[in-house]
Design a protein around this ligand. Structure first.
Ligand code: MF3
Ligand code: CO
Ligand code: CO
Length: 316
């Protein structure tokens, strides 16, 4: 995810005007210190990405049909890692141990973690428990029965980025938490269903927002999805709220994430002193699901589908 506006958006409905003051997840935490990463691969230096495809007037890269293959491989690895950590989520487990397993799996696959070293971040995942909205730092704290957590993994395979996250439960889930997780999952799917060439990013945001608010929950404004491909975070800012027909027009060959964060209470967030961890201001529970997708003539092609069909926790 990415913070939608550098002014910390603070619940304002004003969309991020441009990627230079972008909605790139991670930017919020580093606001004022680090510029947008742009077409620089933080792991390996400048990329020859300009040679690839073309840019729309909104600065969104249009990839070629053969590029979907590269994204499929990266997306499948990230999704498989999320499948494989499911048995590690239980009461008494630490989020640090889950992250260590993820780091080992990335290495085992001969891939690279996109998050280790990203703007100083030191882990192979973000693990966000209960009222943590996103960018939770794995550590020694033990999970308790009933905790809900998002695990977010981004890997680089042959230069392609696969970025996905999903929710897990330690032990038995409570009724309210279960509703939140279900609505958040279904909201992501509503957003994905809105992806069609000729429609707009506002249509995606609207589909998500309308669904979430109909269930009396709120959409986080302070972070959003992002373009990706040969880079981690690129235009556009994929807002999870909006008005139909607004924003850039979707075209075949666009690659981006959709990653709504939904709160049981109010949408406002704050970032803790560690400069990463984003929490709900009202301490209400928060959930998130994320897929990386590519636009085809038919709609969204999901790069990060779970090989084991375990994207949703109650299916696993
Ligand atoms: N994977 C996150 C996203 O969805 C970004 C995490 S950046 C990190 O965009 F540095 F916090 F890991
Ligand atoms: Co993302
Ligand atoms: Co992510």
């Amino acid at each position: 995810m990415a913070p939608p506006s550098p002014q910390k958006a603070s619940g304002s409905d004003r969309p991020c005007p441009s990627i230079s003051d972008a909605c790139v997840k991670g930017l919020l935490a580093s606001r004022g210190r680090l510029p947008y990463v742009g077409a620089m691969d933080h792991r390996s230096g400048p990329l020859d990405d300009t040679a690839r495809g073309r840019l729309t007037k909104d600065g969104i890269r249009i990839y070629e049909a053969s590029d979907f293959t590269g994204m499929d491989a990266a997306g499948a690895l990230a999704a498989r890692i999320l499948d494989d950590i499911a048995p590690l989520v239980y009461p008494g487990q630490t989020t640090g141990a889950i992250d260590a397993a993820i780091e080992a799996m990335v290495e085992e696959a001969g891939a690279t973690s996109a998050t280790i070293g990203y703007k100083g971040y030191q882990h192979a995942s973000c693990i966000s428990v209960n009222h943590v909205v996103c960018h939770g730092i794995p550590g020694e704290k033990k999970l308790k029965d009933g905790d809900i957590l998002n695990v977010d993994v981004t890997v680089i395979v042959d230069g392609w980025y696969g970025d996905t996250s999903r929710m897990y439960v330690a032990g038995d889930i409570g009724r309210k938490a279960e509703r939140l997780v279900q609505v958040t999952h279904d909201a992501l799917m509503k957003g994905i269903e809105a992806v069609k060439p000729g429609r707009t990013f506002g249509d995606i945001g609207h589909a998500i927002q309308a669904y979430v608010e109909a269930h009396r929950m709120s959409v986080v404004r302070d972070f959003c999805g992002h373009g990706l491909g040969r880079v981690f975070h690129a235009p556009p800012n994929v807002l999870h709220y909006g008005r139909p027909g607004t924003g850039p027009v979707l075209e075949e060959g666009m690659f981006f994430t959709i990653e709504p964060m939904v709160n049981l209470g109010r949408p406002e967030t704050k970032v803790l002193a560690d400069e990463w961890t984003a929490v709900t201001r009202d301490k209400s529970l928060s959930a998130q699901f994320e897929h990386s997708v590519g636009v085809t003539a038919e709609g969204a092609h999901i790069f990060t589908l779970s090989p084991a069909g375990k994207f949703h926790p109650t299916w696993g």
